[in-house]
Design a protein around this ligand. Structure first.
Ligand SMILES: C[S@@+](CC[C@H](N)C(=O)[O-])C[C@H]1O[C@@H](n2cnc3c(N)ncnc32)[C@H](O)[C@@H]1O
Length: 325
């Protein structure tokens, strides 16, 4: 995936305006990656211009790509649904806002709820450089989502990379609120065992609140994945030149691992009875798919003799539903 041109230039302009020296930016990016790997809050840091610039250059592209991938799975599951209103909760610089308009052109109104006034100011400025009017016209609300009256009805509510930053005791109530305020509620978390466990706990709350799974689970039964396995997916995003420079990275892209859940209280029509849980294993004349199904996890082998299924299996990738509609 490539960030859209307007998002790339909004990031570049904002990073230039933050006027952080290259060395300071690289040091902030290293602290941010370390913090992210250790599972701590990714933006809390010190809220300095360097920390914010490092987030924009090194983390925003990855969280944007993960959110686009999660929302695309929702779009696949609900092809006739076109959200017009969005609430981006714990929005940081408005990553979800930008991601949503990359998936649906139907968005008319949006609001971003964010507790950190510095991040909120950055996000608001960046949004002014967006092509989609819904991003430019978004409302920005300074609020703590564990308190306050930030709730409002929306077609879509998304909390990306936020759940892990909330106090554990506040998470269940938070998820209940998301599921009851919107037609579709989506949570995206890092694709680590811990992030996946948070999504699983959110799933239980969402189902108990009357939600049904839109994606990724092809059912509402107990999750069949047992530790040390965990449910996660990957989104590939191309790195900008500045990103490569400050990370000292050679690869022109990175693969962001993420876990997610999407729930609705409306009836669901799932696009396939199974979801592909790994990169398909390709051997000569044979493709093996690792699947999540209604009856648990399963390995399905498709051979070249089954001409049409084999053709489909060559095209299916990790995270998609199986068999294709
Ligand atoms: C890792 S960032 C994710 C930002 C954005 N959603 C993304 O995907 O790039 C988490 C954001 O959640 C915000 N946040 C954490 N706890 C919050 C709370 N209780 N209320 C509102 N925002 C919160 C942080 O300030 C931060 O901007």
């Amino acid at each position: 995936m490539n960030l859209t041109d307007d998002l790339q230039s909004a990031i570049a302009d904002e990073v230039a305006a933050l006027a952080v020296e290259h060395r300071e930016l690289a040091a902030a990016a290293t602290r941010l990656s370390r913090r992210y790997r250790e599972g701590g809050p990714a933006t809390g840091l010190d809220g300095s211009p360097a920390a914010i610039a490092a987030y924009l250059v090194t983390r925003l592209p990855a969280t944007w790509a993960a959110t686009v991938a999660a929302l695309s799975a929702v779009a696949d599951a609900r092809p006739a649904w076109h959200p017009r209103t969005l609430l981006d909760v714990g929005g940081g610089p408005g990553t979800v806002l930008w991601a949503t308009t990359s998936v649906w052109g139907s968005l008319e109104r949006a609001a971003v709820v964010e507790q950190d006034p510095r991040m909120l100011a950055v996000g608001r400025r960046m949004a002014q450089r967006a092509q989609p009017p819904a991003v430019r016209g978004a409302r920005w609300l300074a609020s703590d989502v564990t308190r306050g009256d930030w709730q409002q009805p929306a077609d879509l509510v998304v909390a990306a990379y936020v759940l892990g930053e909330l106090p554990p005791a506040a998470r269940a109530r938070f998820i209940e609120r998301l599921v009851t305020m919107a037609t579709v509620a989506v949570v995206v978390e890092p694709g680590t065992p811990e992030g996946s466990a948070r999504v699983l706990a959110a799933r239980e709350v969402a189902l108990a609140a009357g939600g049904r799974t839109v994606a990724p689970c092809p059912h509402d039964e107990a999750c069949p994945l047992a530790r040390p396995d965990w449910c996660h997916f990957a989104a590939r995003v191309n790195r900008t030149k500045l990103h490569r420079q400050i990370k000292g990275a050679q690869a022109p892209y990175e693969d962001e691992k993420f876990s997610y859940g999407a729930w609705t209280r409306e009836p669901v029509d799932r696009p396939g009875p199974a979801r592909v849980l790994r990169h398909p294993r390709i051997d000569p004349g044979r493709i093996t798919l690792s699947l999540c199904t209604m009856d648990g996890t399963a390995l399905e082998t498709v051979t070249a003799r089954d001409r049409l299924p084999f053709k489909a299996a060559r095209k299916v990738s990790w995270g998609q539903t199986w068999p294709p509609a």
